[in-house]
Design a protein around this ligand. Structure first.
Ligand code: SAH
Length: 215
């Protein structure tokens, strides 16, 4: 994705939504539930590469008892997501502006129950498999941070990336379910929330691929 131009007044705008993000998110490692005021047994969902926040602001209200954390590395894009959640006053949605390469600095082993990956790939055109968010080093990281029985929910428009990811999931011992190469014409569409990218790709007639990988 073309990098968004730095937003004007970014610090001031971030300062208006301080209850949505953390000055030092690493300090929350292992205690996200407690810090966010949620019960110690609630589920924690992490979305990696949330973009402008359409998906998380629609998903969090569907799971009001879960704690939903969205991570995005681009500060300007992350700001837009934070402002969207702030306007909508969603009590169970919080943000981390950071890179997914360093998830272990933010989360403790077993702290997460679900990880959403939506079109969140630093593209295949660079052909650097190691940088894909479904490359095995990332999957090993997710396994460590998710409680046993947790799932990665992966959606993409890209056939090659989808095939690659399915192989990586299998290789790393995940069980696959809800596999589809045409999500919008599948039985799972009724519960599906479309992301910004997903809507754009669907408008171009591109099928959305999706799989749930449980460990
Ligand atoms: N999920 C959104 C945005 C997809 S674009 C949607 O479906 O509409 C991919 C997003 O992932 C971009 O905003 C990009 O900044 C983010 N991203 C890519 N790699 C990342 C990484 N390693 N860590 C955090 N965010 C990442």
């Amino acid at each position: 994705m073309a990098r968004m131009r730095a937003k004007k007044h970014l610090p001031e705008r971030m300062a208006r939504c301080t209850e949505r993000w953390f000055e030092d998110p690493k300090a929350n490692k292992g205690k996200w539930r407690e810090v966010c005021g949620f019960p110690s047994d609630c589920e924690v969902f992490l979305e990696v590469g949330c973009g402008k926040g359409k998906f998380c602001t629609e998903m969090a209200p569907r799971f009001p008892n879960a704690l939903y954390i969205a991570l995005e590395r681009d500060p300007s894009v992350c700001l837009l997501a934070i402002e969207k959640a702030h306007r909508a006053e969603i009590p169970n949605l919080f943000f981390i502006q950071a890179d997914a390469n360093f998830l272990e600095e933010y989360f403790e082993e077993d702290e997460l129950n679900r990880i959403y990956l939506n079109f969140s790939d630093p593209w295949t055109r660079q052909n650097k498999p190691k940088r894909r968010l479904t490359y095995r080093t990332f999957l090993e990281q997710y396994k460590k941070l998710m409680k046993k029985g947790g799932s990665v929910l992966f959606k993409t428009d890209n056939d090659e990336l989808f095939d690659f990811s399915v192989e990586e999931f299998k290789e790393c011992g995940f069980e696959l379910s809800e596999y589809t190469r045409d999500l919008h014409n599948s039985e799972w569409d009724k519960d599906n929330v479309r992301t910004e990218f997903e809507q754009k790709f669907a408008d171009q007639g591109i099928n959305i691929k999706r799989v749930v990988a449980t460990y």
